[in-house]
Design a protein around this ligand. Structure first.
Ligand code: PMP
Length: 995
């Protein structure tokens, strides 16, 4: 266990988190033959085979003996720069198996990527030398021409509008130098789409997967050009298009003609015969044959990357020899993985003798390359493959054939789940479908490639079988795009029929589970539930909930809205409806989900159509997987960033749902997605405008609160009432306070009690003063005197207090109010006056509390917090008869309010009624034509045709007033006052239901 802990901390912490979320974080302490052994005593059949390395099985006894013998004889591992006889023997052996009449020089290294690196470096040097020599020759020609014309005083007609010989020479010189440098700056390597050649800088350039490449693009100047499998002839065009063209003058009669010399910048073409990491994709035989036929004409070297396919994996030492490519003598062949027999780390780059650059062996060295120990083991490994008339190599094909055909049979049985089975020898891939017809969890994980990892997890847990997906599956992909869900089956040649049968039985079991649409059975072990063999083997079929709704053809506008589960139950309702049938624990589910959610992408979950006055708006919900606790909990900076990135991905997904005709005009940030992005400030909104939706939430909260105050028995006179705002320092809370300050009798600003709470509340109080000043200023400008002021409650009293301050103070202040534009300055001044002259009353008008003590005396309590606590506000904190309006999502109102609706009018505020009986149905959303204010605001802006961000960053009262008038325009209004699913007060006919 200590080892795992260390791995967690010191090695690959994020990868380990994923492995642990999938229970793939086993500590294997022993490996033998076809098995790996865990520290808790499990024997696991290894179908991963070290990602292709262990064709001979783990720790082959002959290789161990060879290694032991070498060590017993004190093999000279470190005799660099001497005659490395074992390496020479290995090189000779590798040549013997080629048999194409060529002699290959072999550069040894320590890994696959290094052997590709060496091939690329060599190809670059050869090509660079050629380009350089041609450039130098052209420069000489130009120089000779110049001196000849100059010295001999020949009268020449220069081409184009050139008339000065020196300028002409300099221009050509400069142009040719640019061409030469264009090769240096961007030499090209061509490769096949889907390829994988390693992760050091140069091989990475020809590794197709963008996720691996893009963050490191600038590290190497190599330009990559990828060709489709079915368009190999495109290579010819590339070689032709990507070229340096040198110009040189030729004197013909008295005229100077410009001649050209073209050299391609494509220095090599690299390929695997069967792509491994790219998803076990055999390159079609037709492509290989076309490539072979254009090889000579292309005049660029071919690098055949046999790192995974070679040394036995496909039943031969060099797989290309069994394909049409055998017609050519490849310039380079790279090997690694199985070459070391699974025991030593070794790579080899075979370079055809006729193109070999003699200096390369001096220029390119590596301390550990060519060591005698690795070479000896590699020789033995090759001999093992070849012994007894290549018995093992033949077995690769026999067992591979059995595996392939039985997996193909499975595919025929489960065509909805297995998209494709493919491969050769013992390199087989099973690709799963995106499972569009299954429930949301299967659809999402199928689309994102994560399903293959879940299958791997299941097989390991219940059947002690190790299968894995390519590593790419574990990386963040292009948001919203399909990613292959593929399992790699790459066991040792010694795999037995029984072991293959065990795989098939286990695989069938998990396929049945997927077929029956039962998520619970697939993930139960991850949430600490035990399943009986019977439960697993006879899975209960679950109906498909939440099938994806197809697009409606006629729409006028589109919006997007980011949601996330605000309770575990929402997660269950949407992703795991099968859980309702079984036992599960909320805390285990929460724990697991918080781990795995990091590795899940946002999902487009729903399209809804809302109509207002014949205008149809399509709203798209995009679901970010995180739960509220995870979003707001204090976490390391990189996790904060990850969360922000995920919201950004959700925004990108939403944006891409639009098209040229009807783009997604605005994207709302629901619930905590606005909080974690600092109210949208960190979101890239230059391509897709955003809104936090906070303005309409605030508007509805105020409207709901007023409505409740008028309808509660006895009604509450707002202008006399004491109102507490819980969360007054927050984005919504502070705007609510500002607006309420102009209306209510006394305002209590309540904070979270954190260390900065008081400071933040004082700031919020100043923003309230600013609002009062703005109102006074408007009235003064309109010539309205105090006697006729519209200000009420706190605002009016503050106005009065200013008037009762010393005359000079007053004069100065009102003067400033009329002349100064700086509201911040003015509110500071007012704060000073009130503190200095009316401190007692000031404190009574604007109470500041970092705890909930004041709620008990408040007539109205408004709640707008970021807290995920669903018991934050309890009945015993407020006084009977009080109105409690909570705008937080998830709600902060304790369940106890539901039982005492006759004592308190407590409701979830911020709900809007949608126009024209439109409905938005999704988990966690209010029903019966209601919508959260933030979503409603997004829709309103969609109807409005707003094409720039609306509420982003701090919210202002102007936003609130603006959105109120837009809402009215488009038929949105305050919805019924509800607590959970109970309607307490209907807004249409003002009947009190329970209060
Ligand atoms: N080329 C191919 C075809 C490979 O499959 C791999 C490894 N998966 C590499 C290169 C890189 O090898 P390594 O991981 O040893 O650097």
């Amino acid at each position: 266990m200590t080892v795992q802990h260390n791995y967690n901390d010191f090695c690959k912490p994020k990868l380990n988190k994923l492995l642990s979320a999938l229970k793939l974080d086993k500590n294997y302490i022993k490996a033998e033959g076809n098995y790996l052994f865990t520290d808790d005593g499990k024997e696991v059949i290894d179908f991963v085979g070290g990602f292709g390395v262990s064709i001979l099985g783990h720790n082959h006894p002959t290789l161990i003996n060879e290694m032991k013998a070498a060590l017993d004889n004190r093999v000279a591992i470190n005799s660099q720069c001497s005659v490395r006889s074992e390496s020479a023997n290995l090189a000779q052996l590798l040549n013997e198996y080629i048999d194409n009449g060529q002699n290959y020089k072999v550069n040894f290294s320590n890994s696959g990527a290094e052997s590709v690196e060496a091939a690329i470096k060599h190809a670059y040097k050869v090509h660079f030398d050629k380009v350089r020599r041609e450039y130098e020759r052209i420069t000489r020609i130009l120089n000779d021409f110049y001196y000849k014309v100059e010295r001999e005083g020949i009268d020449v007609e220069l081409p184009g509008d050139e008339n000065d010989l020196i300028d002409f020479r300099n221009d050509l010189d400069e142009y040719n130098l640019n061409q030469f440098e264009s090769f240096q700056k961007s030499p090209v390597i061509a490769g096949l789409k889907g390829s994988y050649h390693g992760k050091t800088c140069s091989p990475l350039k020809v590794t197709f997967n963008k996720s691996y490449r893009e963050g490191f693009e600038g590290l190497s100047s190599i330009q990559s050009a990828f060709v489709d499998h079915d368009k190999p002839e495109r290579l010819k065009e590339l070689v032709n298009e990507m070229a340096c063209v040198f110009y040189y003058p030729v004197l013909v009669g008295g005229k100077v003609e410009i001649h050209t010399l073209k050299i391609t910048r494509v220095m090599a073409f690299i390929m695997e015969t069967l792509q491994g990491e790219g998803g076990i994709k055999p390159v079609p035989e037709e492509t290989l044959s076309q490539l072979a036929s254009i090889h000579d004409e292309l005049k660029i070297p071919f690098i055949i990357d046999e790192i995974q396919t070679g040394c036995g994996r496909l039943g031969s030492i060099y797989s290309y020899q069994n394909t049409a490519l055998n017609a050519i003598a490849p310039e380079y062949i790279t090997l690694s993985k199985s070459l070391g027999g699974g025991l030593v780390k070794i790579g080899a780059t075979l370079i055809r003798g006729d193109i070999y650059d003699q200096d390369f062996g001096i220029l390119h060295t590596s301390t550990f390359a060519e060591d005698d120990l690795s070479a000896r083991v590699a020789i033995k490994a090759l001999e093992l493959l070849k012994e007894n008339d290549s018995e093992l190599l033949k077995r690769v094909n026999v067992q591979g054939g059995k595996l392939l055909s039985s997996l193909e049979t499975l595919q025929k049985r489960y065509p909805e789940i297995i998209k494709n089975v493919r491969g050769k020898g013992l390199m087989i891939g099973v690709e799963l479908t995106p499972l569009r017809s299954r429930s949301p969890f299967f659809r999402a994980t199928g689309k994102q490639g994560v399903l293959s990892m879940l299958v791997a997890s299941y097989l390991l847990e219940y059947h002690n079988i190790r299968l894995l997906a390519p590593l790419t599956t574990m990386l963040k992909g292009n948001p919203g795009k399909n990613r292959m869900s593929i399992l790699r089956v790459q066991p040792p040649a010694t795999i037995t029929d029984e072991e293959i049968d065990a795989l098939l039985t286990a695989f069938t079991e998990v396929l049945d589970i997927i077929q029956s649409n039962n998520e619970y059975l697939l993930v139960a072990h991850l949430i600490e539930q035990k399943l009986s063999p019977e439960q697993r083997q006879t899975p209960v079929t679950m109906e498909v909930k939440w099938p994806f709704n197809e697009e409606q053809s006629h729409i006028d506008a589109r919006t997007g809205f980011i949601v996330h589960p605000t309770k575990v139950q929402h997660l269950i309702d949407y992703f795991f409806p099968s859980f309702e049938r079984y036992e599960w624990s909320e805390s285990a589910m929460k724990g697991w989900w918080n781990n795995i959610a990091r590795f899940l992408e946002p999902v487009h979950v729903k399209r809804n159509y809302i109509t207002s006055r014949d205008f149809i708006l399509e709203n798209n919900l995009v679901f970010v997987p995180y739960l509220p606790e995870y979003l707001v909990q204090e976490k390391e900076a990189y996790l904060e960033q990850e969360v922000r990135d995920k919201v950004q991905d959700a925004v990108t997904i939403a944006k891409e749902l639009g098209d040229d005709n009807i783009p997604v005009s605005i994207i709302g940030l629901g619930a905590y997605s606005s909080i974690v992005t600092n109210n949208g400030i960190t979101v890239n909104d230059y391509e897709s405008p955003i809104t936090t939706g906070n303005a309409y939430t605030a508007a509805l909260t105020l409207q709901g609160m007023m409505f409740a105050a008028n309808n509660v028995q006895p009604p509450i006179d707002i202008t006399q009432a004491e109102v507490s705002v819980v969360g007054a320092a927050g984005n919504i809370g502070s705007v609510l306070s500002q607006i309420l300050a102009l209306q209510v009798g006394r305002l209590c600003l309540v904070g979270s009690g954190s260390s900065t709470s008081e400071l933040r509340l004082k700031y919020a109080r100043k923003t309230c003063l600013a609002e009062i000043i703005k109102a006074i200023k408007t009235e003064l400008n309109a010539g309205v005197t105090f006697e006729h002021t519209q200000l009420a409650g706190v605002g009016k009293r503050v106005y009065e207090l200013i008037l009762s301050s010393g005359e000079s103070q007053q004069l100065k202040f009102f003067n400033d109010v009329q002349e100064q534009a700086d509201i911040d300055y003015l509110s500071k001044q007012l704060d000073l006056i009130l503190t200095q002259y009316h401190s007692d009353e000031y404190e009574q008008l604007f109470l500041i509390r970092a705890d909930f003590s004041q709620l008990k005396s408040s007539d109205i309590v408004v709640v707008a917090t970021n807290s995920p606590d669903d018991e934050l506000i309890k009945t015993d904190m407020v006084r009977p008869g009080a109105v409690v309006c909570c705008a937080s999502v998830p709600s902060n109102l304790s369940q106890s309010f539901e039982k005492e609706t006759n004592k308190y009018l407590a409701f979830d505020g911020g709900l809007s009624a949608l126009p024209e009986q439109s409905e938005i149905k999704f988990v966690g959303m209010p029903e019966n034509g209601l919508a959260y204010g933030c979503l409603a605001e997004t829709l309103i802006l969609g109807f409005e045709g707003q094409n720039h961000s609306f509420c982003k960053g701090p919210l202002s009262s102007e936003h609130v007033y603006q959105v109120m008038s837009m809402a009215e325009e488009h038929g949105f209004e305050l919805g019924n006052l509800k607590l959970n699913n109970n309607v307490l007060l209907t807004t249409k006919d003002s009947t009190t239901v329970n209060a």
